[in-house]
Design a binder for this molecule. Structure first.
Ligand code: FDA
Length: 452
C-alpha cells in the first residue's frame, strides 16, 4: 500500500488506461476530441495508456489475408458516438485515397487487414497518450485518512519498473486464448491466435497433415487458410457438432448489438439475461459466416468428385489426447457416437478453442478487495461500466470487456465500443468533483497527515 508523504508531488493522471487495443484507442480518441473542445485546462482530461506490445497490434496472428470483419465498418471507433469525427473509417479511407473504390465495392465488411490498418492509423494520431512496450504488472491503493484517493500503477518496460498515479483506471486488456484443460502449447501444438507467426516458421518444410480443433469462425478460417497455403497437406477438422453452424447476422437479431440492447440487458432480471444469451449466442459464439461454410463445402465436394480429398471433417468427435514428439504430433480423435478412437499423426494441431475473459480484478492487488462481487462471485459493474466498490474507494475503475454478465454480448466486441467510451467519459466528467477537477495538478499532501 502506498503512502502519500508530505511534499510528495507525483503528477496524477485523471485516467490511466491498461491495454491499447481498439477499446482503449477509442477511449483515447474520445478524450482527445473532448479536450479539443474543452474551454479551459481544468475541463481537459489527462490520460495515459500503457500497452505491453511494442507497437499497436490487433490479433495479428489472425490477420489472414482474405478474412473480413464481422461487424459493419460504420461500427468503427467513433461513428456511433460522433458521426462527424475525423477518426472514422471513412476518413481513413479518404486519407488512403480509397474512398471511392470502397464505395464502388458496395460492402459493409472490410478486410480484417484493412481494419487493422485503420486501427493503426487512428492509434498513431493519439500516440502522445500511449507508451508501447509497457506492461502493467500491478496496482496499489494510495490511502489517505482511511480512504483510497489514488491508485499507483506499476508498469514494466525495457527501462525497468516505474509507478504512475491515477484517480481513475480503465481496464481494456482483452481476452486470453483458451486451450483445453491439460493441453499445453508447444512447437507443434498451437492456438489459432498464433497462426500466422507459427506458419511463417514452417517456411521451407512440407507438412503433410494439420488437425484443426473447433467449430467456430476462427476454426473454419484456419481450415480454409491451411488448405490453401499448403496444397500438399491434408487438413482434418475435428469438432463435436454435426457441421459448422451459420452465424445469425439477420437484421432483427443484429439488434442485440445495439446500444439500447445494453440498457435493456443491464436492467433485465438474471433469468432473462440468461435467456437472451441462449437465444442470441449464435450471433457470435461457435458460429461461422455462411459464405465460408459454403466455400468449404464446395471445396470438399469438388475434391470428392475429383478423388483428391484433402479436407476431412471428423464431426461428432472430440480430441481425446495429443502427444507431441520432436518429429510429429499424435492427435487421438474419439467418435462421440461409437466411442471409437482414431490416431492421426500430424505435423501440427491447431486449437481454435476460443478465448476467455480475464478476471478484471487480477491486476488490482489490494484494490480488488474493495471491489464488490455479486452472489455468485462475479464483479459488480454499474451501468457506466464502473466497478461497484466500497465507499472508501474514491477512485473509478472502469471496464472495457469482462462485462458480459452485466452489459451483454457486446462486452468484448467492437459493435458498441464507440458508444461505450462516450459513456465512460461522461461518467468521468460527471463525477469530475471527485475524479477530475484537480486531478491534472500535482498532489501535494497537506502537512504530516497520516496517510494510510
Ligand atoms: P484487445 O484484446 O484487442 O486488446 C487488449 C490489449 O491489451 C492488447 O493489445 C494487449 O496486449 C493489452 N494488454 C493486456 N494486458 C496488458 C497489461 N497488463 N499491460 C499492458 N497491456 C496489456 N469483434 C467484432 O466486433 N468484430 C469482429 O470482426 C471481430 N473480429 C475478431 C477477430 C479475431 C481473430 C478475434 C480474436 C476477435 C475478434 N473480435 C471481433 C473480438 C475482439 O475482442 C475485438 O475485436 C477487440 O479485439 C476488442 O478490443 P479490446 O481493446 O477490448 O481488446
Amino acid at each position: 500500500m502506498s503512502q502519500v508523504h508530505p511534499g510528495d508531488a507525483a503528477p496524477v493522471h485523471d485516467l490511466i488506461g491498461i491495454g491499447f487495443g481498439p477499446s482503449n484507442v477509442a477511449m483515447a480518441i474520445a478524450i482527445s476530441e473532448h479536450n479539443a473542445r474543452a474551454g479551459t485546462q481544468e475541463e481537459a482530461v489527462t490520460a495515459h495508456f500503457f500497452e505491453q506490445q511494442p507497437q499497436f497490434g490487433w490479433h495479428r496472428g489472425m490477420l489472414i489475408d482474405d478474412a473480413t470483419m464481422q461487424v459493419s465498418f460504420l461500427k468503427d471507433l467513433v461513428t456511433l458516438r460522433n458521426p462527424t469525427s475525423e477518426f472514422s473509417f471513412l476518413c481513413y479511407l479518404k486519407s488512403q485515397g480509397r474512398l471511392v473504390d470502397f464505395i464502388n465495392h458496395k460492402n459493409l465488411f472490410p478486410l480484417r487487414v484493412e481494419f487493422h490498418d485503420y486501427f493503426e492509423w487512428a492509434a498513431a494520431q493519439v500516440d502522445d497518450m500511449v507508451s508501447y512496450g509497457h506492461e502493467v504488472v500491478g496496482v496499489a491503493p494510495v490511502v489517505r485518512d482511511g480512504s483510497v484517493e489514488y491508485m499507483d500503477v506499476t508498469v514494466r518496460s525495457a527501462e525497468g519498473l516505474a509507478v504512475h498515479r491515477a484517480r481513475n483506471l480503465v481496464i481494456g486488456t482483452g481476452l486470453r486464448p483458451l486451450m483445453p484443460e491439460g493441453v499445453e502449447r508447444g512447437e507443434r501444438v498451437w492456438h489459432n491466435s498464433d497462426l500466422l507467426s507459427k506458419v511463417a516458421g514452417l517456411e521451407g518444410t512440407s507438412p503433410s497433415r494439420f488437425v484443426v480443433v473447433g467449430a467456430g469462425q476462427s476454426a473454419a478460417e484456419n481450415v480454409a487458410y491451411l488448405h490453401r497455403r499448403f496444397p500438399e497437406a491434408e487438413i482434418c477438422a475435428v469438432f463435436s457438432r454435426y457441421g459448422y453452424s451459420p452465424a445469425d447476422d439477420s437484421s432483427f437479431a443484429n439488434r442485440i448489438f445495439d446500444p439500447q440492447a445494453v440498457d435493456e440487458y443491464f436492467t433485465a432480471p438474471d433469468e432473462i439475461k440468461r435467456k437472451l444469451m441462449d437465444y442470441h449466442g449464435n450471433t457470435n459464439y461457435a458460429v461461422v459466416d455462411i459464405d465460408l461454410i459454403d466455400d468449404l463445402y464446395r471445396q470438399a465436394y469438388q475434391e470428392k468428385v475429383l478423388g483428391t480429398e484433402r479436407l476431412r471433417f471428423l464431426n461428432v468427435s472430440r480430441l481425446a489426447g495429443v502427444e507431441e514428439t520432436s518429429q510429429k504430433v499424435r492427435a487421438t480423435v474419439k467418435s462421440l457416437v461409437t466411442g471409437e478412437q482414431t490416431d492421426l499423426d500430424a505435423d501440427i494441431v491447431v486449437f481454435a478453442t476460443g478465448y476467455s475473459p480475464v478476471d478484471p480484478l487480477g491486476l488490482l492487488g489490494e484494490v480488488a478487495d474493495r471491489c464488490l462481487r455479486d452472489d455468485v462471485g462475479r464483479v459488480r459493474v454499474e451501468r457506466d461500466y464502473r466497478i461497484a466498490t466500497d465507499p472508501d474507494l474514491h477512485c473509478g475503475i472502469y471496464l472495457q470487456g469482462g462485462t458480459e454478465h452485466t452489459h451483454g454480448i457486446t462486452s468484448s466486441l467492437l459493435s458498441n465500443t464507440a458508444i461505450r467510451v462516450g459513456e465512460i467519459l461522461d461518467s468521468l466528467l460527471g463525477r469530475g468533483a471527485e475524479s477530475g477537477a484537480d486531478a491534472a495538478r500535482p498532489v501535494v499532501e497537506e502537512s504530516g497527515s497520516a496517510v494510510r
